[in-house]
Design a protein around this ligand. Sequence first.
Ligand code: ADP
Ligand code: MG
Length: 498
Amino acid sequence: MSESKTYRIAGATGDWEVVMGLEVHAQVVSDAKLFSGAATAFGAAPNSQVSLVDAAMPGMLPVINEGVVTQAVRTGLGLNAQINLWSRFDRKNYFYPDLPQGYQISQFQYPIVGEGAIECERDDGSRFTVRIERLHLEQDAGKSIHDLDPSHTYVDLNRSGVALMEIVSRPDIRSPDEASAYVSKLRTILRYLGTCGGDMEKGQLRADVNVSVCRPGDYERFRENDDFSHLGTRCEIKNVNSLRFIRQAIEFEAKRQIDILEDGGTIDQETRLFDANTGVTRSMRSKEEAHDYRYFPDPDLLPLELQQTWVDGLASDLPELPDAKRDRLISELGLSDYDASVLSADKDRADYFEAVADGRDAKLASAWVNNDLFGRLNKEGKGITESPVSADQLGELIGLITDKTISGKIAKDVFDILWDEGGRPADIVEARGLKQVTDTGAIEAVVDQLIADNPDQAASVKDKPKAMGWFVGQVMKAMQGKANPQAVNEILKAKLLD
Ligand code: ADP
Ligand code: MG
């Protein structure tokens, strides 16, 4: 893989580099909460999905949701990570109105998933690895609503107790592009696994971004011992909820830190918030004000013990993941690295493509899906699941090209008709008389006429075979694009070159 250039920021006193580690919160796909049976649907009326456990009524006891544990383990396996057969839930104590228990149940010392790694792809197509430090399960909090009433704050506890996976990376991320690529890859893997919907607008995935800056060469020195505690002081930007904001927040934060350091100042380790309206980060709390969470094992819950055979069973049932799919599209179907990467980067796109390509010319299918279909979808701002042309329809259309019923050119017209009016490709071709003309007699007649009308052009083809393209175009034009291109070429060659 080509190594892309190191991301550098020029300062007044020389160059700087950035270092990042991300803590991503991913909402687990589950109908019920982590420790209660309450529903988790998005957009429900406030406080309509709150059990007595979620509201922390006295005497209520949490009961672990086995489905969520399964999802966490499957995610760990998808991140090539260590599954810890013994893990434990701890109470993380803090006071906040949207947290009725007065503590969040989380995993601190003994997370369910340990070290792993994923491979990500930069904008330029080059690849890099990000190591995963851990994945643990925890409860989400409720939501305070400040703008409904001028003098009161309301609380919606629908999210209270919803299961989250916190996925912590090592500080292996070295540019805004890489940070966004990492979150994007993580999201793709989670969606393939079906363990998190990944919709950042709905809060299903959000990232805390730790950023520090250092001088060129420093990072590599600390990396040797894999201990970054004395590299640049980091700031943590909380709850960034889009890929674009992640890039913007990092760019702003890195420059802010560089300015301070170049002025002879020091960086305070603090928690900051990114304001998407102004593009700046501002301080939320400093390390001194940081919470003392007084973690201790939750006495209401037993440690979580898993059987290796159960984990093995989940491992053998995992779906094909994006990297494996990309590699297979390349090795088995002969797609280019680029096309295979684009198609495999999104599960819905990959499913659509595979349905189109099933039993058909895969390269042709890839060209149609990547160019014609995605091009039109992008133009109209539609996602693949909203495509007016189904995989079935596109597949049939491609079948008509490969069995030479229609030319590729006519297929574009049929595609447009399918898009606007629907229908079956074969019916459209039949009804509109779009079948390709392979009758060599008809093509020959057109060619003869053209040569007769353009004798000089015809003579020039012998010295300049490229000039034949003009004749091909003219024949196609005369026959409304319906002539079989291969037949046209053969006849022209025979008549002009021999
Ligand atoms: P803590 O012990 O305070 O939780 P960790 O070492 O676990 O801190 O790191 C928390 C997050 O900060 C991780 O995602 C990690 O990759 C990241 N991180 C650690 N050191 C740095 C650094 N120097 N610059 C940027 N991010 C860092
Ligand atoms: Mg830590």
